[in-house]
Design a protein around this ligand. Structure first.
Ligand SMILES: *[C@@H]1O[C@H](CO)[C@@H](O)[C@H](O)[C@H]1NC(C)=O
Length: 388
């Protein structure tokens, strides 16, 4: 496609020139450091977290053939699966008896162009299914599609239909994850940003965006209610085992919030856990504990960048860095982390692949029959890991 260049504007000669010289000098230094960091092997891996076990490199990959980025995993009520949402807009199903993936569902009817495994520029056409949850009683699969909102598809799969796309007149812009309270017939879900789309998630992180919302959808009234707003990249959602609270990961702030649904604190929010990295989806195990997929560690550099959003906005995003380079600069090297929290937010276990030999950038961890099923929004594979 032909893209018109912007007309070059002549600089007006004012005292601003000195200021822009300083900006140029600073940008050059930053660019130099960035290039040094990105191209000088050996790579600096963020050190292991304290009390972590470097065991995830024994995970077994299950590649999603000709697909990319299985962000979320779900098993249907009969135990089949997992089902995963991938970057070209499909939901795939893993058939354990034939060891193969089949197409199960999709969130967009316009799929003619959706032939590449990873084409961020087409996500708004093809859809991008993120959080997946089956409703046990109906077998319906609910999908948080980053571009098309909350959707649902029946047990036979096919084209999903829209459940909700806006709240209080404001369209969802980056729907991310959900959980279903089947007794109350309510769906809790997140919209990570109202300013940036999924393919620009690094922009939301680097510019200090705080436009995310946490909401609920009431199936009987079809009403969407905003429960929390002005969140810094709200992401994973999970109900507690007794349904007295719901957790929301607030990725940019490396923390998990607890929103009370019952008891004396109903409607109140508190910090449930502060993490040493960026939490993505959260899933509950049968004991009522929580597995958190951690995208990456909070490195010193990332921490500094996030505390100084002007740096991201004025320098980093102006550098000629690709998305992958920007991402690598931020995460500080390939690695994989999964954390298990107690029902009260205490860290019970940290599993890592410190050098990202096998597992990298975990987006979700699902415990099932003594095994972890692990997804990643940035890899062409899921993995299984045998718990002792
Ligand atoms: C995983 O990493 C550890 C520590 O580096 C190493 O001792 C072990 O052999 C690795 N395991 C596999 C399966 O590569």
């Amino acid at each position: 496609m032909f893209v018109c260049a912007k007309p070059i504007q002549e600089k007006t000669k004012t005292t601003m020139v000195r200021g822009s010289d300083a900006v140029l000098a600073a940008s050059t230094i930053v660019a130099f450091l960035a290039l040094l960091f990105l191209y000088l092997p050996p790579f600096i891996y963020p050190p292991p977290l304290s009390d972590s076990h470097n065991l995830l490199n024994s995970s077994v990959p299950v590649p999603v053939h000709a697909a990319f980025g299985p962000e979320s995993l779900a098993f249907d009520p009969t135990g089949s699966g997992p089902y995963v949402g991938v970057a070209d807009g499909r939901v795939l199903k893993w058939c354990q008896d034939t060891n193969s993936w089949i197409d199960f569902a999709f969130t967009s009817s316009q799929r003619k162009e959706c032939t590449q495994p990873f084409a961020p520029e087409l996500e708004h056409v093809c859809g991008r299914p993120l959080g997946l949850r089956f409703e046990r009683k109906s077998g319906d699969l609910y999908i948080a599609d980053a571009y098309f909102g909350l959707q649902v598809v029946g047990p036979e799969g096919g084209l999903a239909t829209i459940v909700a796309t806006e709240a209080q007149g404001q369209p969802f812009y980056f729907t991310n994850d959900l959980d279903i309270d089947e007794e109350e017939d309510v769906i809790y879900f997140t919209d990570s940003s109202t300013a940036f789309r999924r393919r620009d998630f690094m922009l939301s992180i680097l510019t200090g965006d705080r436009t995310g919302r946490f909401m609920k959808y009431d199936k009987s009234t079809k009403q969407v209610t905003v429960l929390l707003r002005d969140l810094a990249f709200p992401n994973g959602v999970v109900l507690s085992k007794d349904r007295s609270f719901v957790l929301v990961s607030e990725t940019r702030l490396c923390r998990i919030l607890r929103y009370w649904l019952k008891g004396p604190n109903t409607g109140k929010t508190e910090t449930f856990a502060e993490l040493p990295g960026y939490p993505d989806n959260i899933r509950r195990n049968p004991k009522g504990e929580f597995w958190v997929g951690v995208h990456s560690k909070k490195t010193g550099l990332a921490n500094w960048i996030l505390r100084n959003p002007w740096f991201g906005t004025s320098f980093l995003l102006k550098l000629p860095l690709s998305f992958r380079q920007l991402h690598l600069l931020f995460v500080g090297g390939h690695h994989g982390i999964a954390m298990k929290l107690s029902s009260e937010g205490r860290v019970l276990e940290i599993l890592e692949d410190v050098q990202g030999e096998v597992v990298r950038y975990i987006s979700e961890v699902e415990e099932r029959d003594g095994k972890l099923w692990i997804g990643s929004v940035m890899m062409p594979s899921i993995w299984t890991y045998e718990l002792e």
